[in-house]
Design a protein around this ligand. Structure first.
Ligand code: PGA
Length: 264
């Protein structure tokens, strides 16, 4: 069985001070919850909160005895250089990051990231020994137009085909690449995909991954995951965890989701 991941995407929320307060509350609440010891809990804070989150997680690991991780929500594809405003995954690695998020739909829509550039980012993360969570998902228009499968196939192939062509990267990706399926219409809208939609789409994603020899990768679901739907969603075959936005911003609701994952 694949190890479950519950990931928090904090987007551009929280100051370093608020991040510290979050983990103080998290530590106080932790013992009230029954969290599966094998589940990986990952935080994606904004880059400006990274240092504060790293420090808090060092104490949380020590105090609570659970493995917590963090990663950047985005990275440029170079270690350093004249790239004003960008952040480097390699620097995050030195700061304690173990994960990197790539291709979130907000990056795709607002910052026009796609195709080969996303491949470069995934490659860069993997080369720097980070676990990469690569996001895919269709828009409402695409779903209603019956294009979901072809859209997801294209998004996966444009990154995984070149990865598969590089023997060394292919080997690394087998262990360090996770896919996050997030229907764009379900992100931040409160509209969660139905069980039937998630079941069918995760099976499609697994089928596409299998053809490319990546069937060992975990597939997370994201899009309005909340404490009241997490238990049902995690019981769907091929759902290996969640990428959570809004509900991860409050320790109690995120802990409830983490607990639900352990019940599967
Ligand atoms: P949401 O966000 O849980 O608020 O829908 C998910 C995401 O953007 O990853």
């Amino acid at each position: 069985m694949k190890t479950k991941i519950i990931a928090a995407n904090w987007k551009m929320y929280k100051t370093p001070h608020e991040a510290r307060a979050y983990f103080e509350e998290w530590a106080l609440l932790w013992k009230k919850f029954n969290i599966s010891p094998s589940a990986e809990i990952v935080f994606f804070p904004s880059a400006l909160c990274a240092e504060s989150v790293d420090r808090s997680l060092v104490s949380a690991r020590h105090e609570l005895g659970h493995r917590f991780f963090w990663g950047l929500q985005n990275s440029y594809v170079k270690a350093q250089g004249a790239f004003t405003g960008e952040n480097s995954a390699l620097v995050s690695r030195y700061m304690g990051a173990e994960y990197l998020l790539v291709g979130h739909s907000e990056r795709r829509q607002l910052f026009k990231e796609q195709g080969n550039f996303l491949y470069e980012k995934v490659k860069y993360g993997l080369e720097n020994e980070l676990q990469v969570v690569f996001c895919i998902g269709e828009s409402l228009e695409e779903r209603e137009g019956g294009e979901t499968l072809s859209v997801l196939k294209k998004q996966i192939e444009e990154v995984l085909t070149p990865l598969g062509a590089n023997q060394e990267l292919f080997k690394i990706a087998q262990k360090a690449l996770t896919i996050a399926y997030e229907p764009v219409w379900a992100i931040g809208t409160g509209k969660v995909a139905t069980v039937a939609q998630v079941r069918e789409t995760h099976q499609w994603v697994l089928d596409i991954l299998s053809v490319l020899h990546f069937s060992g990768c975990r597939i997370l679901y994201g899009g309005s995951v909340k404490s009241d739907n997490a238990r049902e969603l995690i019981s769907i075959p091929n759902v290996d965890g969640f990428l959570v936005g809004g509900a991860s911003l409050v320790p109690e609701s995120f802990l409830q989701i983490c607990e639900a994952v352990g019940y599967e």
